[in-house]
Write a protein that binds this ligand. Structure first.
Ligand SMILES: CC(C)(COP(=O)(O)OP(=O)(O)OC[C@H]1O[C@@H](n2cnc3c(N)ncnc32)[C@H](O)[C@@H]1OP(=O)(O)O)[C@@H](O)C(=O)NCCC(=O)NCCSC(=O)/C=C/CCCCCCCCCCCCC(=O)O
Length: 718
């Protein structure tokens, strides 16, 4: 709703009241209409102040309403009505003014912001465009180049930048409300014509075409295949070249197109699932609601390799004092130097005073950890070493200290077995670079206690990461699903495809990088080491093992051969591609002839592999593993899997995540294709459709949010 009150000085104050973010729901829109009409009709009122309850102006349109039939007054005429008011309307921007919230403020004649506020036209992040006049008013207010950036990226703009750009008229450190009331009194009675943005012309650079073309190039690099940012560019072009009314018509047309696109649906699904991941539960009945996290006042990180450094920086940035431990003086010194320079860069980038960072001390002495609340071990992926550390930690740390292991796939339960308090051992799978990447898989072993899960999830929140609770299995959720995906990519090469063909298909799907470019970037030796560890290649491989088969299943030795010949990816200048100029991947003629030799050595008839087959085999095998993960209870819901893939594995947001994508494609189609590919490749068990997929198809392919109920009938590892 919107509350109306009249205050001394002939001012009407209208307060949007719809917790938690004062979204513009049907009821709120109705109330705005009514209260603005009341204020404009009231002879005693000379000016109107529009604000939001609880220190937040407005979080925009109510996103939940987008999936229902639209009811109530639309936003556009409501904002027009405000702009047309003869009495000045002053928006008080505290907290946030996002999406429709900022568009509402742009319809007001003045905007006063608190210094801590943020504004933005965030619709593009939801697969939409600012269709309540935002694409037409913002360019008129601040010029086409700045508006284009804000509209196509959806980025959050600080109050300081907003006043610099001219989005808001004034910023204050004290009460924005009081400031606005006093200001409203001074402009009461003035003509409002010059303040109506719809009557302005957008300041436009001479070479509009090259500005817009440049934006499209950046969009293609950042979010290939996404429709919304491209539509945003078209709408801004209309603002630059058409009268307001025609620009608004274009905005509405583009919105109608986006609104009904699957992409908007997928991105709104991502918005809600990301928030839902914080509401974790386990089948034992423990949940975010009934389990209290332990306070973390001091933390420690063991190991200052790539991951340890990033984790230490993340903790410090969250204001948590950290003790960083290494085993050798030389490594400690190098780690300290690297961490300190990362922190300096961080504080410069974020404008943080060093005082806001948690202090980091560096030591070789594990005994210094006796008072820490939480330890994150981040040494190499070596089970024996990790167990040794956990055994030592048990004797050094307080009995209630939480012991976390940063591993990308090792057995948490086995690590916990080395600790005297296995219930306080939890896996924290950070993603590299750990101070940048948003995802944190919180891995529960069978003995992990609810309080350990709650504390790790609370930590994720403090680190501004998206924590997702997962069960314990090799690779957990994310890396486990990557295996069948990468294996398919190798098999496709064996059968006739080239790395650049596979990558192109995946990049056109929306991944920033295809799988072969990703492998080259992270180093082919990462996977090689783990395959050697598993005895799939290298010295542990039993003599006489067939080159292309392991345990009766198809195996591709391609990546092993590449590693053996020193092609480890970007770092060695060659991998699946050639890197003559640093980081630029070029198809390598050597690889092409190597693949031809390989195929003839093993009698493989090379064929042209179509784009559909590349996409389906790679993605459906990954999705199929996702269904197995659900079946085994390693993930609590399909939504959790999707959050992991979108926030940690570069899955395009406009495709919603693998499980959502499967549903959008149609579960019967996914099943049908998997059956077909499994018939053609019976030696690839990953292609055999999972029973969960079959079950969902048999139940009529219910929407993703209904799967959880079906899954709960299976056993859970969480
Ligand atoms: C920064 C935030 C605002 C707050 O962050 P934080 O404090 O961390 O809290 P959160 O956990 O994120 O959120 C708290 C809960 O609030 C829920 N929430 C947040 N924002 C919204 C919202 N806008 N609507 C609904 N619910 C919201 C959130 O889910 C949390 O609840 P829960 O935990 O999940 O239960 C942060 O929340 C944030 O960033 N929010 C989103 C801000 C945003 O992006 N806003 C833009 C929204 S879109 C918009 O405004 C569009 C405007 C123009 C629309 C014009 C008209 C549309 C209809 C036209 C149709 C025409 C097509 C016709 C087709 C045809 O022809 O058929």
């Amino acid at each position: 709703m919107a509350l109306y009150r009249r205050i001394p000085g002939a001012i009407a104050v209208i307060t949007l009241t719809n917790p938690p973010v004062n979204a513009l729901s049907c009821t709120v829109r109705e109330a705005i209409y009514e209260t603005v009409k009341r204020a404009t009709a009231d002879q005693e009122v000379k000016a109107i102040v529009l604000c939001g309850a609880n220190g937040k102006f407005c979080g925009g349109a109510d996103i939940k309403e987008f999936s229902r039939e639209m009811r109530g007054p639309p936003l556009v005429p409501m904002i027009d009505m405000i702009e047309e008011s003869e009495k000045p309307v002053v928006a008080v921007i505290e907290g946030v003014a996002f999406g429709g919230g900022l568009e509402l403020a742009l319809g007001c004649h003045y905007r006063i912001a608190h210094s801590g506020a943020q504004v933005g036209l965030t619709e593009v992040t939801l697969g939409l465009l600012p269709a309540a006049g935002g694409t037409q008013r913002l360019p008129r207010l601040i010029g086409v180049p700045a508006a284009l950036d804000i509209i196509t990226t959806g980025r959050h703009v600080s109050a300081q930048e907003a006043v610099r750009l001219g989005i808001v008229d004034k910023v204050t450190d004290s009460s924005a409300m009081e400031e606005a009331i006093e200001f409203a009194k001074t402009v009461a009675g003035e003509p409002m014509g010059p303040r109506r943005l719809s009557l302005w012309t957008a300041a436009c650079p001479e070479d509009l075409d090259s500005l817009l073309e440049g934006a499209l190039v950046r969009i293609r690099q950042r979010s290939r295949g996404a429709l919304a940012p491209v539509a945003c560019v078209q709408a801004v072009r209309a603002a630059a070249s058409l009268p307001f009314a025609q620009g608004m018509k274009k905005e509405q047309e583009l919105m109608a197109y986006l609104f009904t696109s699957g992409q908007a649906r997928a991105m709104q699904y991502c918005f809600f699932t990301q928030r839902a991941a914080a509401r974790w539960t386990t089948p034992s009945g423990a949940s975010w609601e009934n389990t209290k996290a332990r306070p973390v006042r001091q933390a420690a990180v063991i190991g200052l390799g790539t991951m340890g450094k990033g984790i230490a920086v993340s903790l410090s940035r969250a204001g948590i004092p950290v003790i960083a431990v290494e085993t050798e003086q030389k490594r400690l010194k190098a780690g300290r130097k690297a961490v300190n320079s990362m922190l300096t860069r961080e504080s410069q980038k974020r404008g943080l005073a060093e005082a806001h960072l948690g202090s980091i001390s560096f030591t070789l002495d594990l005994r210094k950890l006796r008072d820490t609340d939480l330890v994150i071990e981040a040494v190499f992926e070596d089970m024996a070493l990790k167990k040794q550390i956990f055994s030592k930690l048990s004797s050094v740390c307080r009995p209630d200290a939480l012991l976390c292991t940063n591993t990308s796939g090792l057995n948490i339960d086995e690590i916990a077995s080395a600790a005297s308090r296995p219930e306080l051992v939890v896996g924290t799978h950070f993603f590299a670079p750990a101070h940048v990447m948003k995802l944190l898989e919180v891995v529960c072993g069978p003995r992990t206690s609810p309080v350990a899960v709650a504390t790790a999830m609370q930590l994720a929140k403090r680190l501004e990461k998206i924590g997702v609770v997962v069960g314990n299995c090799s690779g957990f959720v994310g890396n486990r699903m990557m295996r069948p995906y990468t294996e398919q990519a190798y098999y496709l090469l064996e059968e006739g495809a080239r790395p650049e063909e596979v990558d192109l298909v995946l990049e056109e799907f929306g991944f920033a990088m295809g799988i072969f470019r990703v492998m080259d970037l992270s180093g082919l030796d990462v996977g090689w080491r783990s395959r050697k560890e598993l005895g799939l290649t290298g010295p542990k491989l039993p003599p006489g093992t067939e080159a292309r088969s392991r345990g009766g299943k198809r195996y591709s030795p391609l990546p092993d051969i590449l590693c053996e010949s020193g092609r480890l990816g970007q770092k060695t200048g060659r991998g699946w591609y050639l890197y003559e100029k640093e980081r630029v991947a070029t198809p390598d003629p050597w690889l092409q002839s190597f693949l031809e030799d390989y195929r003839s050595r093993f009698g493989i008839q090379s064929r042209r592999v179509g784009q559909d087959e590349i996409l389906e085999r790679c993605l459906y095998s990954l999705i199929n593993e996702g269904f197995r993960i659900l079946q085994e209870g390693i993930a609590a819901s399909p939504e959790d899997i999707d959050v992991i893939y979108v926030s940690g594995y570069g899955w395009p947001r406009h495709r919603g995540g693998p499980m959502f994508y499967a549903w959008m494609v149609g579960l019967p189609k996914v099943l049908d294709k998997l059956e077909h590919y499994h018939r053609t490749h019976p030696d690839i068990p990953n292609l055999a459709p999972s029973s969960m997929l079959r079950k969902l198809v048999a139940r009529g392919s219910p929407p993703v949010h209904q799967w959880r109920a079906l899954i709960q009938q299976h056993s859970s590892q969480l």
